[in-house]
Design a protein around this ligand. Structure first.
Ligand SMILES: NC(=O)c1ccc[n+]([C@@H]2O[C@H](COP(=O)([O-])OP(=O)(O)OC[C@H]3O[C@@H](n4cnc5c(N)ncnc54)[C@H](O)[C@@H]3O)[C@@H](O)[C@H]2O)c1
Length: 256
């Protein structure tokens, strides 16, 4: 068990990548606190997770200072400390810049970046070992109509590297997982249909979309003592999408 006796706080733990991470961490012996905005989703997640070990749900909006501060207080009063923090809560927006509302821009930055900052800031006095922030390939290799999301996710990477240097002396490691296309409610919402999911899959060199469990495995590695000499790094989990350009000519040559 890689996380025996660890206390882990996982934002976005009621859905998708965060929920799979909570499940995996519980299987690896951690006690887990999950955070999400919806009471209903929180209850459903608890039903799935409680059979695996000690887990609690804490409702709140990570982009709000008062919510983040309260959530951390609740978690520390229940578990006494936080060994591992995973910031997986996030929202996606995509639109040409000229059409993007100021509200959508602000919300994208607020949840993905400010939420990561707030949860980390309030957790730090109680922190033990490792922080893993969930960025995206959008933060590594930007694309059109993604200015807000790409900016927020790139900023999460810069934030994590700066913090890794700041906290190295305290022995707290800070790393990033940058997933590519991952089969979660977020991606299904973006795709809107099975056909579009198949189109997405055809863009991936490995030929399929990741499962949230596959991304959770990377988060587990960086959170665990197996990565005890790794800090300030970005682990891209994208089936090869950002490895380089797959040209038609190149692909044909590879087949021959
Ligand atoms: N699914 C993908 O293809 C993909 C790819 C790259 C990166 N990501 C990133 O992975 C992370 C998880 O995404 P997912 O695909 O599992 O999405 P999801 O929509 O399934 O889950 C998102 C979670 O974040 C929580 N959340 C959203 N806003 C919040 C807020 N303001 N306060 C508290 N909780 C909030 C939701 O309650 C939910 O639990 C996100 O940061 C996302 O940007 C996803």
């Amino acid at each position: 068990m890689l996380l025996r006796d660890r206390v882990a706080l996982i934002t976005g733990g009621t859905s998708g990548i965060g929920l799979s991470t909570a499940e995996l961490f519980l299987r690896e012996g951690a006690r887990v606190a999950i955070v999400g905005r919806s009471e209903d989703k929180g209850k459903r997640a608890l039903e799935r997770l409680e059979v695996l070990g000690e887990v609690t749900f804490h409702r709140g909006d990570v982009s709000k200072e008062e919510d983040s501060e309260r959530i951390v207080k609740e978690v520390v009063s229940r578990y006494g400390r936080i060994d591992i923090l995973v910031n997986a809560a996030g929202v996606f927006t995509g639109a040409p810049l000229i059409e993007m509302s100021v509200e959508d821009w602000d919300r994208t930055i607020a949840v993905n970046l400010r939420g990561t900052f707030l949860m980390t800031k309030f957790s730090l006095p109680h922190m033990g070992e490792a922080i893993v922030n969930v960025s995206s390939t959008a933060g590594v290799s930007p694309y059109p109509n993604g200015t807000a999301y790409c900016s927020a996710k790139a900023a999460v990477i810069a934030f994590s590297k700066a913090l890794a240097l700041e906290l190295a002396g305290r022995g707290i490691r800070v790393n990033v997982v940058a997933p590519g296309l991952t089969d979660t409610p977020m991606l299904r919402g973006i795709a809107g249909s099975e056909e579009r999911m198949r189109e997405f899959a055809s863009l991936v060199p490995l030929g399929r979309i990741a499962t949230p469990e596959e991304v959770a495995e990377a988060i587990l590695f960086l959170a665990s003592p197996k990565a005890r000499y790794v800090t300030g790094q970005v682990l891209v989990v994208d089936g090869g999408m950002t490895a380089g350009r797959v040209t038609t000519a190149g692909s044909r040559a590879a087949v021959r």
